[in-house]
Design a protein around this ligand. Sequence first.
Ligand SMILES: Cc1cc2nc3c(=O)[nH]c(=O)nc-3n(C[C@H](O)[C@H](O)[C@H](O)COP(=O)(O)OP(=O)(O)OC[C@H]3O[C@@H](n4cnc5c(N)ncnc54)[C@H](O)[C@@H]3O)c2cc1C
Length: 386
Amino acid sequence: MEFALTENQEMIRETFRKFAEKELTREYVRWLDENCDFPPDDLRHKLADLGYFGIGVPEEYGGIGGGTVEMAIATEELATAGVAVAIGMGIVFIGGTRPLTEFGSEEQKTRYLPEIVSGEKKWSFALTEPAGGTDILGAIAATARREGDEYVLNGSKIFISGAHVADYILTVVITDKDTERKNGLSVFIVDAKSKGVTVSLIPKLGIHACGTCEVHYEDVRVPAENLVGVENKGWYQLLGTLNPERIATSTLSLGIANAAFRDALEYSKERKAFGKPIGQFQILQNYLADIAIEIENARNLIYKCAWLCDSGRRYDVEATMAKIVACRASEKAALWGMEILGGYGYTMEYDMQRHFRDYKQMMFSPISDEMSKNYIAQSFGLPRSY
Ligand SMILES: Cc1cc2nc3c(=O)[nH]c(=O)nc-3n(C[C@H](O)[C@H](O)[C@H](O)COP(=O)(O)OP(=O)(O)OC[C@H]3O[C@@H](n4cnc5c(N)ncnc54)[C@H](O)[C@@H]3O)c2cc1C
């Protein structure tokens, strides 16, 4: 058994850590949270120069290869510095590179992947609908009907991250109403500037620098060549991208936990009470030790899942567990981080309030804790509880 990263993986960690130190300073990340609804383009171009968007993309399409472990390493560094930046940048993997690489046509890969890798184009991923995200097969109502060499899309999506700045929105719709839902879904590349697409931002609690949107499609005409994969097989194709998404979101939670732990530890060494640094009080030491244990647990499980994924082994249950463990670590780090900072944690002067607002998004997106546990329990052979 080997836990060590390879030389190349260590280099990736070092590269992204240095990038984060230089480009994602605390002041800048705070400024982004207060002023932006998406990370600025120049950040994306700098990350493209580092090869970030090429991770996991075959070299013939401009990628640099690598896999889920490399992605987790780079993303952990970015998310620790600024989780909203990591999410804003990471959407292209879920909405673009992963689905295109896995089930896109040769023409689609050749046309779209190089412009994602170079940082030129932004993508978002539209699955969730207003009637429900957990029971997406029961809730989905958006449709596409074929008309000649086009499809006509109608419907609404909600909570779509980055749709307000996206060039393309990968959209999941019903193409066959008369069959079991999972056998009637298809995936389309929708040009975000198409006539009939309207996007509006939804104000939210945290992750301010990566906005989330409502998207409406009214008679949106999409060329038939924009169908990704096979018509009506969209659900099965997407399953291959939803599990990596669980690893990715676990890594985002891990980043928040790292940041909250770092800030709490620093503060506990500086702040004094009763003539001593507060970090000398046993109960605060216990808080910090417990956070560190949860972070270590989360990191181990996340990297194990990434390794399982890259080595072609099954990892769906482990990835679902990792999602819960990492969310809990970020929750504990943010809640106890607030305790450790006392009154200052509640002010806008310190970043702990941001970690406290940010961690919550990952608790239910892309899958809630409750649904994750349903999935894990079913893997033991127990009957579906719902
Ligand atoms: C900020 C943000 C960004 C997002 N980004 C994207 C994106 O880019 N693209 C995209 O497609 N979606 C996105 N989502 C959607 C996200 O995946 C959904 O919010 C999530 O799937 C939960 O769906 P819901 O919000 O409709 O909650 P619901 O499905 O209505 O669930 C409400 C509650 O009921 C519980 N529940 C439901 N069913 C069960 C059950 N069977 N057993 C036990 N409990 C149950 C849930 O666990 C939850 O506690 C985003 C959401 C947010 C808030």
